[in-house]
Design a protein around this ligand. Structure first.
Ligand SMILES: [Mn+2]
Length: 470
């Protein structure tokens, strides 16, 4: 196939996510990538996990569409498929693909191990690493391999949790993988000294990488550190799982994600594509070949949508996938004309509207239920509504402790006193009160006196909760 030291060209595809809902996007992009890899005379094809988006029935068109592309690729080069995330690619999904190799084999890597590619044939290790004895047999039977892959498919955390304890499972994954990668490093260094190219293939999160939404992934429960990956001493390390293309380089060796083959969600930044690798012993380079992924436009309004701005955006959004989000208060929801927004984007491939309506939340006298006595409740209510409750508390005490006659007598005495001082009330005079006899309702008397006493009593007739946070 290739001479020692010559450049090996690999097409590295990842996160194809074939499924009924992603079929158009996945198949347009992967078909393009397969065409391009064949035209570029790639020697080997690698799919680093998540070929499917979820469990697919055998009759699903998405499954046969994926199989067709893998079959096409295998007519021109050996293909290595790596097991990805179980929820996307249930274990066993890839088994069928072993049977569809055309001119070259399709090899499925679903366990941690190494596999050598010798004249178009995959020769795997029995255990996680090639033993010295295995290497001797391999060299005797096949000669020098063109490339040796170190495969680290998705690790089952449940199995690991059972072994390491649930609390340690997350970090234990990283620790176990780091140990494995370091051990693989010893073997890979040996291969390199013999002029054999070494390639790592894995599906997982590198601590510190960036997601397709531009969010850095930082934490200790991620599968790898970039240092641990370079410890494997692979010339090239081909990763899947993160949907954004990115790469790291150290002394000529490279670790890279191609990202997802297409744009499966709104808000994903960066170009989509597949990676074309050139690998020689001790050196690698990866360049992204962009696929015709759909273009998305995301517009967010903190309030009702601005129709003038939307009209401008719509001019540039023909054939694009558009998502418009806005947030309005419940009382303003009628102000937004959804149909008018949709009409603006008539030429777009899709318009997805996500309107968020904020419900009106009324806080009714917060904390009042925690006040123990009626006067305390009254005071709390006064604090919340900005009413001076001191005179009310006095009168409440009167109502609670005195009988009706005593209250009436007290009020009348007070009024008489005020009249004697020559300050008759403009609105309530002693005469008025006397007119209410002979059967004065003491509570009415108190109430009218209170009204008379305070000019700022309009809260009694107003909406009690007006002016509260809505
Ligand atoms: Mn994925």
């Amino acid at each position: 196939m290739l001479n020692e030291g010559e450049r090996l060209r690999l097409g590295h595809f990842s996160d194809l996510h074939y499924s009924p809902s992603h079929l158009a996007e996945a198949d347009r992009c992967f078909r393009f990538a397969v065409d391009d890899a064949i035209a570029s005379a790639c020697h080997v094809g690698v799919v680093s996990g998540d070929s499917t988006d979820h469990r697919l029935d055998a009759h699903t068109p998405a499954l046969s569409a994926l199989a067709r592309q893998i079959h096409r690729l295998s007519a021109h080069m050996p293909v290595l498929l790596l097991q990805g995330t179980y929820s996307h690619e249930p274990p066993g999904t890839l088994d069928l693909f072993r049977l569809i190799g055309a001119h070259y084999p399709v090899y499925v890597a679903d366990r941690i191990h190494q596999v050598a590619l010798c004249a178009g044939q995959f020769v795997p290790s029995d255990g996680p690493l090639f033993s010295t004895a295995e290497i001797d047999v391999l060299l005797a039977q096949h000669g020098m391999p063109e490339v040796v892959f170190t495969c680290v498919p998705t690790v089952n955390k449940a199995v690991l949790a059972a072994a390491a304890g649930v609390a340690n499972a997350a970090t234990a994954v990283g620790d176990h993988l780091a140990h494995y990668l370091a051990a693989a490093g010893t073997i890979n260094r040996q291969w390199r000294s013999w002029g054999v190219r070494t390639v790592g293939v894995s599906h997982g999160t590198v601590n510190g990488c960036q997601t397709e939404h531009g969010v850095p992934m930082a934490g200790f429960d991620h599968e790898f550190t970039i240092g641990a990956l370079f410890e494997a001493e692979c010339d090239a390390f081909m990763l899947g799982h993160i949907h954004r293309a990115q790469q790291w380089e150290r002394e000529g060796r490279v670790v890279a994600y191609p990202g997802s083959i297409g744009r499966f969600h709104y808000g994903e930044i960066g170009e989509k594509g597949y990676l074309q690798w050139q690998v020689t012993p001790g050196h690698a380079a990866a360049s992204l070949v962009a696929t015709p992924a759909r273009q998305t436009v995301c517009v967010d309004f903190d309030g009702p949508p601005d129709m003038v701005r939307l009209a401008d955006i719509a001019m540039e959004a023909a054939d694009k996938f558009v998502r418009i989000r806005w947030t309005v208060n419940e009382e303003h929801r009628q102000l937004v004309d959804r149909d008018a927004v949709l009409a603006l984007f008539g030429k777009s491939a899709e318009v997805k509207i996500e309107a968020r309506v904020l419900p009106a939340v009324r806080s009714r006298a917060e904390g009042i239920s925690r006040a123990a006595s009626l006067p305390e409740k009254l005071s709390r209510w006064g604090e919340l509504t900005g009413v001076d409750t001191a005179p009310l508390v006095d009168r409440l005490t009167m109502l609670e402790t005195l009988d009706a006659q005593s209250i009436a007598d007290g009020v009348l005495a007070e009024l008489r006193e005020a009249g004697a001082e020559g300050h008759p009330r403009a609105d309530v005079t002693p005469t008025d009160v006397h007119h209410a006899e002979p059967s004065p309702d003491p509570v009415a008397l108190v109430a009218s006196a209170m009204l008379a006493d305070h000019s700022s009593m309009d809260w009694l007739t107003d909406d009690l909760f007006a002016g509260q946070p809505a």
